[in-house]
Design a protein around this ligand. Structure first.
Ligand SMILES: [Zn+2]
Length: 278
């Protein structure tokens, strides 16, 4: 999966020193990132590549995280850098780019960038928010509001009926690969209740024997995904929520098509069922 970057290790402890000349700078503008791409291999600019572009660049950077001993920073206000070999590209590039640890760094940075973008002003009193100097937190010095990075818990459910798995496809999205049932947790429910509710809402089925598989941080939507398998409980007739799904069908284990993308929890769960390892 995209977060499986061993032997590299993400250290997301907030230690806000200034960047050094070799620190990677992540420069986002909307859904684009400043990057060098060659044969699907990505490289981010380092401070030394961009310091001629802007005065006080170093002081304007925000610490993100480190991978092994390499530090990553957000650099605001740099949307282009002619002549440096770096250009803006859509962040979707991170779904396929190599090396994977930089792609994971890229989407994780994008999640933090997106959160900072929406926390510039206090949601309670409207005054500008400030960076805390010890932890990744924004606070309002007027009213005291504290904001931490947003995570939205969600479930992915592989519904199993003996040798069959329920596979679906989302409506109205560009993403056309097979999916499992998925949805966000709502206020006041446990994650197991989310599983039951989403399955009932999207395909009209009851499930039992809910068993946890793995989790995945999915930065594109600030989501923390929890993957579960669950057994069908009762009738297998599907009542499709057409607002959410284009179709949902039972697939025999051996008929499940092999998908070559290895970044998502959904795909890993589908492939594990196919290989009879769930
Ligand atoms: Zn406030």
């Amino acid at each position: 999966m995209i977060q499986d970057i061993a032997p590299y290790v993400l250290d997301n402890q907030y230690t806000p020193d200034l960047p050094n000349k070799d620190s990677f700078l992540l420069c986002f503008h909307g859904n684009e990132v400043l990057i060098n791409i060659s044969d699907d291999q990505i490289v981010f600019p380092r401070l030394k590549d961009l310091e001629s572009m802007e005065e006080n660049l170093q002081e304007g950077c925000t610490y993100l995280f480190s991978i092994n001993s390499q530090s990553f920073y957000l650099a605001n206000n740099i949307a282009n850098s002619p002549g440096t070999g770096f250009t803006m590209a859509n962040v979707e590039i991170f779904r396929t780019a190599q090396p994977q640890y930089l792609a994971f760094a890229g989407i994780t940075a994008f999640q933090i960038f997106s959160w900072y973008q929406t926390r510039r002003f206090c949601g309670r009193c409207g005054k500008p928010m400030k960076h805390h100097d010890k932890e990744r937190m924004m606070f309002c010095s007027e009213c005291g509001l504290q904001e931490y990075p947003k995570l939205s818990p969600a479930v992915i459910v592989g519904i199993v009926d003996g040798n069959k798995l329920l596979m679906s496809r989302y409506s109205g999205r560009n993403y056309k690969k097979y999916a499992l049932i998925a949805g966000f947790a709502e206020v006041g429910e446990t994650i197991e209740e989310t599983v039951k509710r989403e399955v009932m809402e999207e395909v009209g089925l009851k499930v039992k024997n809910i068993r946890y598989y793995k989790s995945q941080p999915w930065a594109f939507s600030s989501t923390l995904l929890f993957g579960f398998y669950a057994d069908l409980d009762g009738a297998k007739d599907i009542t499709l929520d057409r607002n959410e799904l284009e179709f949902a069908e039972w697939f025999n284990r051996e008929d499940i098509p092999v998908c070559d993308t290895a970044i998502s929890l959904t795909n890993e769960m589908i492939m594990r069922f196919r290989e009879n390892k769930e």
